[in-house]
Write a protein that binds this ligand. Structure first.
Ligand code: NAD
Length: 440
C-alpha cells in the first residue's frame, strides 16, 4: 500500500515553511557543491560519525586521461576524459559515461556521488561511479566517435571490470558506444566480457527493457506519486524537458499512463500544445528533423518558458542546474519528478519546499536505469536471460518498494523527499563502510 499520508504531509508542511531552511549551505555554484551540501544535510540529521562523513565526502579515486584521436580530415585532436569511483563499500562501482562539451571533473564527481546513494536506495549491490569526455559527439563522424570511445575505454581498462566498475550510457552515449567499450575491454583481456558494461545491444548480452528502463521507472514513480496525492492521472498535465533516451520514451509512457503531455523540449527548443501533444507525431518529427523544435502539433516555446508553464507536473530530463534561485519562484508546477540528475540546486530546493512544490528526487525517480542495468549484469554473469515482462515487473517492484522506503524516512524525519532519500542512501552506505571496517 502506498503511504498517502506521507506525501500529503510533505505538501502540507511545505506550504507552512521548511524546518531545514537554514541548514543547507547558502550557495552552490556547481553540481559537486550541491551534492556535498545534500550529503552534509543528511549527515547532520542522522548525526553521522565525523570520520565516516569525511570518507563519504571524498571520492575513492578519480582518473583523468588524455584521449587523442585521429580526425577524418587528418591531424589529431586531444579530449579530456574522466572516471570517478565515489565509493565501493557496497560493491563494484556503477555509473554512466557522458559525452558532452560541458563535462568537468567536478560534474563527474557529483554524478558519481549521486550514483552511490541511488544504488543504496534501490538496495542493489553497487557503489557509485561516473565517467565522461568533454566532447560534442554530434560534431564527430561515426569513425571518430568509435576511435574516441575505444581510446577512452583503453585508458580506463585498469579501473574497469564486471567485479570492479561497470559503465552504462548517459548523456551523449548509447548502446553502440557501450558495445565498443565492451569490445575494447574484451580485446584487452583476451576474451569476451559482456558484464563489463550495461546498456549494451541485445546481440552482445544486453537486457530486454534496458533501453527504456529509466523512463519506465520515472513512469512508475510518477504513477505512485499521483496515486498518493489522490490526483487523477487523466487530469494531470505534464511538461517534459529533454527528449533523449530518458525524455523521449517518458513522453510516450506518461501519455499511455493517462497524463496529458502538453510541452516537450530539447536543446534546440520546445513545443507547447495545451490540448496535448501526440507522442507518435512528436517522434516522427524528431526522427526527421533531429529535434522536437518546429513540431507542428503545437506552438514554439523556449526551454526557459517550458519550465515556467502552468502544468501539474514537470519532468526535467536533460541536464543539471535547470532550477535555480533565479527561476524557482516562477515555477508553477505542483510536482517535479526529476528524471535528470541534479536538475535542482539546493537554493531552488528550498524555494520549492517553501512554496509547497513537491520534488521527487533524482536518486529515487531516475533509478530505473541502474536497476535494470543491475538486472543486465546479473543476466550476463549467469549467461541466462529474462523476458521483458519479467524485467519490467521486477523493476516495478523495486521502484515502488524504494518509494515507500523513502517516504517512511521522510515521515520519520519530517524532511523533504530529497533529504529522506539521501538519508536512506547515506545510512546504508555508512553501515556497509562501518561493518567492513577501515583498512588497514
Ligand atoms: P540524452 O543525451 O539521450 O538526451 C539528452 C536530452 O537533453 C536531449 O534531448 C538534448 O537535446 C536535451 N538537452 C541537452 N541540453 C539541454 C538543455 N540545456 N535544455 C534542454 N534540453 C537539453 O541523455 P539521457 O540519457 O536522456 O539523459 C538525460 C538525463 O537523465 C541526464 O541528466 C542523465 O544523467 C539522466 N539519466 C539518464 C539515465 C539513462 O539511463 N540514460 C539514467 C538515469 C539518469
Amino acid at each position: 500500500m502506498l503511504p498517502v499520508r506521507g506525501v500529503r504531509r510533505l505538501l502540507d508542511s511545505a506550504t507552512r515553511g521548511h524546518e531545514g531552511r537554514s541548514r543547507v549551505s547558502s550557495f552552490s555554484s556547481s553540481p559537486w557543491e550541491a551534492a556535498l551540501s545534500q550529503l552534509d544535510e543528511a549527515a547532520r540529521i542522522i548525526q553521522l560519525d565525523e570520520g565516516v562523513h569525511d570518507v563519504l565526502r571524498t571520492p575513492k579515486r578519480s582518473l583523468t586521461v588524455a584521449v587523442p584521436i585521429k580526425l577524418d580530415e587528418g591531424g589529431v585532436r586531444v579530449f579530456a576524459g574522466h572516471r570517478v569511483h565515489h565509493n565501493t563499500s557496497r560493491g563494484p562501482s556503477k555509473g554512466g559515461i557522458r559525452f558532452h562539451p560541458a563535462v568537468t571533473l567536478d560534474e563527474i564527481k557529483a554524478l558519481a556521488m549521486w550514483m552511490t546513494w541511488k544504488c543504496a536506495i534501490m538496495g542493489i549491490p553497487y557503489g557509485g561511479a561516473k565517467g565522461g569526455v568533454a566532447v560534442d559527439p554530434k560534431a564527430l563522424s561515426r569513425g571518430e566517435l568509435e576511435r574516441l570511445t575505444r581510446r577512452y575505454a583503453s585508458e580506463l581498462v585498469p579501473l574497469l571490470g564486471p567485479d570492479r566498475d561497470i559503465p552504462a550510457p548517459d548523456v551523449g552515449t548509447d548502446e553502440q558506444v557501450m558495445a565498443w567499450i565492451m569490445d575494447t575491454y574484451s580485446m584487452n583481456v583476451g576474451h569476451s566480457v559482456p558484464g563489463v558494461v550495461t546498456g549494451k545491444p541485445l546481440s552482445v548480452g544486453g537486457s530486454a527493457g534496458r533501453g527504456e528502463a529509466t523512463s519506465r521507472g520515472v513512469m512508475y514513480i510518477t504513477s505512485a506519486t499521483l496515486k498518493a496525492l489522490g490526483r487523477a492521472v487523466d487530469e494531470t498535465t505534464v511538461a517534459i524537458q529533454g527528449y533523449g533516451k530518458v525524455g523521449g520514451p517518458a513522453v510516450r509512457m506518461l501519455h499511455e499512463l493517462g497524463c496529458r503531455v502538453v510541452a516537450v523540449s530539447d536543446v534546440s527548443g520546445g513545443v507547447y500544445g495545451p490540448q496535448g501533444l501526440s507522442p507518435t507525431g512528436l517522434s516522427a518529427h524528431r526522427n526527421e528533423a533531429g529535434t522536437v523544435a518546429g513540431f507542428e502539433g503545437g506552438e514554439a516555446i523556449s526551454n526557459a518558458e517550458l519550465l515556467e508553464l502552468d502544468v501539474d507536473l514537470l519532468v526535467p530530463a536533460a541536464m543539471e542546474g535547470q532550477f535555480t534561485e533565479e527561476n524557482a519562484d516562477r515555477v508553477r508546477a505542483r510536482v517535479i519528478v526529476e528524471a535528470a540528475n541534479g536538475p535542482t540546486t539546493p537554493e531552488a530546493d528550498r524555494i520549492f519546499h517553501d512554496r509547497g512544490i513537491l520534488v521527487v528526487p533524482d536518486i529515487l525517480a531516475n533509478a530505473g536505469g541502474v536497476t535494470v542495468s543491475y538486472f543486465e549484469w546479473v543476466q550476463d554473469l549467469q549467461a541466462y536471460f529474462w523476458s521483458e515482462d519479467e524485467v519490467n515487473e521486477r523493476l516495478r517492484s523495486i521502484m515502488e518498494g524504494s518509494y515507500v522506503d523513502v517516504l517512511a524516512v521522510a515521515e520519520e524525519r519530517k524532511s523533504t523527499m530529497r533529504t529522506a532519500a539521501t538519508i536512506l542512501g547515506v545510512s546504508r552506505v555508512a553501515e556497509a563502510h562501518v561493518t567492513r571496517g577501515l583498512f588497514p
